[in-house]
Write a protein that binds this ligand. Structure first.
Ligand code: FAD
Ligand code: UDP
Length: 388
């Protein structure tokens, strides 16, 4: 291990970005280890038996308002513009999600939807986004009635399935991600850049990590080679003096000594269908009480390829509580007072190791999208560069 200046644990966007920058801009010798048998973290995709690019860990749509992140990722391959659209099943209708003026028309009679549109536009203005929890507090009778309808038919059961709690019980930031949109714009995101990689994410990761200064070891768990002892990081039994950049779970890193951080997990069910297309858009949400899954994604819609097959692949997402040591993946941090306090303790512990940096959705314990993770990694790189 002595030949390496840096060990990066994890090859998702956090690990790959910091490794790429340190190797290519500062000339550092970097070793990346990942416990999975592939690079790319949760963005990993592959061509399935129907010939369709499929995301193994759930649909990943790249969207950002950050110029620096856009400039950075687009260096590593070709991307195409893709604007994601989502429909939600409400009372046997498929309506745009986020709930917008078109959804309103689809859910109510012409007369009622015209009236509600006018009230909403008067109160908030066109092109405004209102979080559901705010809309529910509104004093106007019509707005309040509409808010209850949307709460019940879009948020309540979806959130119960996704988080095991109601929208009022979870961090409001979570439901704020999908506000009510007073607009005819039916895109899921309104970011300046909305792109997908031609040929898939895995190719982007291969290009990022293709450097003579980077070695990659797959199917290696950091726990099996690394331990933490009184301010010193031991790697394969010796003190490692270089940098360690860790993008995994921070509670696992320190043997759960301050308790377990809670996460939600997902089970994915893939199915091949003998039809050209299964649904009208890439993702259909099921905010319904009866269905146990939250959404179905049909990858054919979002990969930019022309597929000459009369088959398609769909994937259902079944959320569940994360339990450690059960072969589950901790996808979503659960932010609440208790988990914040536990996380703080791990952060203090990590600060005792001057050559350790925590970065990524898991080790920063934040519900970050890909672009924000890349931005965090670029910021960390700048800090390390200045200290060099
Ligand atoms: P990860 O991608 O999780 O990578 C961490 C890596 O570290 C993994 O490969 C893991 O195997 C490895 N690792 C962990 N512990 C160890 C260890 N002890 N030893 C060795 N290796 C280890 N974001 C968007 O911007 N748009 C989307 O559409 C979107 N959709 C999503 C859909 C789902 C279902 C989920 C769960 C997330 C989605 N995200 C999306 C968020 C996105 O997945 C994260 O922002 C991104 O994965 C963060 O990258 P990361 O490198 O921090 O973590
Ligand atoms: N949400 C919902 N109904 C929907 C879509 C989203 O209740 O039809 C809520 C739910 O709590 C979800 C959150 O909004 O967890 C954020 O949704 P997003 O689509 O951003 O989730 P992600 O893609 O990150 O899983």
């Amino acid at each position: 291990m002595k030949k390496y200046d840096v060990i990066v644990v994890g090859s998702g966007f956090a690990g790959a970005t910091i490794a790429e920058r340190l190797a290519n801009k500062l000339g550092k010798k970097v070793l990346i280890i990942d416990k999975r048998d592939h690079i790319g973290g949760n963005m990993y995709d592959y061509v399935d038996k129907n010939g369709i690019i499929t995301h193994k860990y759930g649909p990943h749509l790249f969207h950002t308002n950050l110029d620096n992140v856009y400039d950075y990722v687009t260096k590593f391959g070709k991307w195409f513009t893709y604007e994601h659209r989502v429909l939600g099943k409400i009372k046997d209708n498929l309506v745009p999600i986020p709930f917008n003026l078109t959804s309103l028309e689809k859910c109510f009679s012409k007369e009622k939807s015209e009236k509600l549109k006018k009230v909403l536009i008067n109160e908030f203005g066109l092109e405004k986004k209102i979080p559901i929890l705010e809309l529910r507090k509104h004093s106007d009778k019509d707005i309040n009635e509409l808010a209850e309808f949307i709460y019940e038919n879009v948020f309540l059961y979806y959130t119960m399935k996704q988080w095991g709690q109601t929208p009022d019980e979870i961090d409001p930031e979570v439901t704020n991600r999908v506000p009510i949109f007073i607009s005819l714009d039916d895109r899921y995101f309104q970011d300046k850049y909305q792109i997908m990689p031609v040929g898939g994410y895995t190719k982007i990761f291969e290009n990022m990590l293709n450097s003579e200064n980077i070695d990659i070891k797959l199917s290696v768990d950091a726990k099996s080679i690394m331990s933490f002892l009184e301010g010193k990081i031991m790697v394969e039994g010796e003190v490692f003096k270089g940098l360690v950049i860790y993008t995994g779970e921070v509670d696992e890193l320190f043997n759960y000594k301050y308790g377990d951080l809670p996460y939600r997990s997902l089970k994915f069910e893939f199915e091949s269908k003998d039809v050209d297309y299964y649904q009208p858009v890439a993702t259909v949400n099921y905010p319904t009480k009866e269905d146990k899954f939250t959404r179905i994604t049909e990858y054919k819609h979002m990969t930019g390829e022309n597929y000459n097959v009369n088959k398609t692949t769909i994937m259902r997402e079944y959320p569940c509580q994360y339990e450690k040591n059960k072969n589950m993946i901790p996808y979503y941090p659960i932010n609440n007072e208790e988990s914040k306090n536990i996380y703080e303790k791990y952060l203090q512990e990590a600060n005792r190791y001057p050559n350790l940096h925590l970065i990524g959705r898991l080790s920063q314990y934040k519900y970050y999208n890909m672009d924000l993770i890349i931005n965090e990694a670029l910021k960390l790189f700048e800090k390390i560069e200045k200290e060099n």
